[in-house]
Design a protein around this ligand. Structure first.
Ligand SMILES: Nc1ncnc2c1ncn2[C@@H]1O[C@H](COP(=O)(O)OP(=O)(O)OP(=O)(O)O)[C@@H](O)[C@H]1O
Length: 267
């Protein structure tokens, strides 16, 4: 199955961008505590693509993101991020972890928290320079948090916290943005702000890979969906993934009317 193309973009241009691939995985396998969690994972994410990584609990979605960040080792296969290994690319990947993974009682304000996105690039003991401050202020503007930049992060709502995490990732001006469950627990207006922002970022060429359990939202916002359950079960545009069988296989269920109705693929 091929990726869906933006009709406004010339085909040759889109094909070239997709084939270059900001992110390219071939035959990737990961073991955790002696157990194979991922195997034979092939995936290509091109410039300006937003790909949804979909699968049941325990399918290996977060593990895949962590492998891309070089936080868990692969036992087989190759990962190239803009032609570099995860370790080489580490300072240039924007990563938005699940909200509960961040330390919110740390006594810093919004701007300082966003600046931690650039720690790897600045170096642990160096002070942020003018370029770092400009990048952070631009990121805060993009998520509409400029007015709250001096607010301690412990005093923020869930939606505001999510926007801090996105600003922190964008402070790197990344070519690749990895989002782990970015919409979980957010109200509709905040989801819309982020959806619009992700659309703008892809129109600027950023590649986005996002895990989510919100299947209708994924079908609505992503140009491609990758169904994962230890390996890639199917990969294509939402229109191409109309076969109920691939969803049933990805989610490991024999027959689930609810799942198929949620997806709008029930016959
Ligand atoms: N540190 C770890 N050590 C051992 N096994 C782990 C570790 N982290 C995750 N696993 C296992 O790896 C598998 C994949 O977990 P992972 O968190 O990647 O799944 P997921 O698709 O992100 O799930 P969810 O949708 O619930 O977040 C699970 O079986 C999990 O128990």
């Amino acid at each position: 199955m091929n990726s869906r193309r933006d009709p406004a973009r010339p085909k040759a241009d889109a094909d070239q961008q997709a084939s270059q691939g900001v992110l390219r995985l071939g035959g990737v396998a990961v073991e955790l505590a002696g157990r194979q969690v991922l195997h034979d994972v092939d995936l290509l994410v091109g410039r300006g693509e937003q790909v949804g990584l979909i699968g049941p609990n325990g399918a290996g979605k977060t593990t895949l993101l962590r492998a891309l960040l070089g936080l868990v080792p692969t036992t087989r296969g190759s990962i190239a991020i803009d032609g570099r290994t995860p370790r080489e690319a580490r300072g240039s990947i924007g990563y938005v972890p699940q909200r509960h993974e961040f330390v919110w009682d740390y006594p810093v304000d919004v701007r300082t928290a966003a600046m931690t996105g650039r720690t790897h690039r600045i170096g642990w003991l160096r002070r942020p320079g003018r370029a770092d401050k400009a990048a952070v202020d631009e990121a805060l503007e993009r998520v509409d948090l400029v007015d709250l930049r001096r607010r301690p992060i412990g005093e923020l709502s869930g939606g505001q916290r999510q926007r801090v995490l996105v600003a922190r990732a964008l402070a790197l001006r990344p070519k690749l943005l990895l989002l782990d469950e970015p919409f979980t627990g957010l109200d509709v207006p905040t989801q819309e702000i982020l959806t619009r922002l992700f659309r703008t970022l892809t129109s600027e060429g950023t590649a986005i890979l996002m895990t989510t359990h919100d299947l209708p939202a994924a079908a609505d916002t992503c140009s491609r969906l990758c169904l994962l359950n230890e390996t890639v079960i199917a990969d294509g545009s939402p229109e191409e993934l109309r076969d109920p069988a691939v969803w049933l296989r990805a989610f490991g269920v024999a027959r689930s009317e609810q799942l198929l109705h949620t997806l709008g693929v029930a016959r």
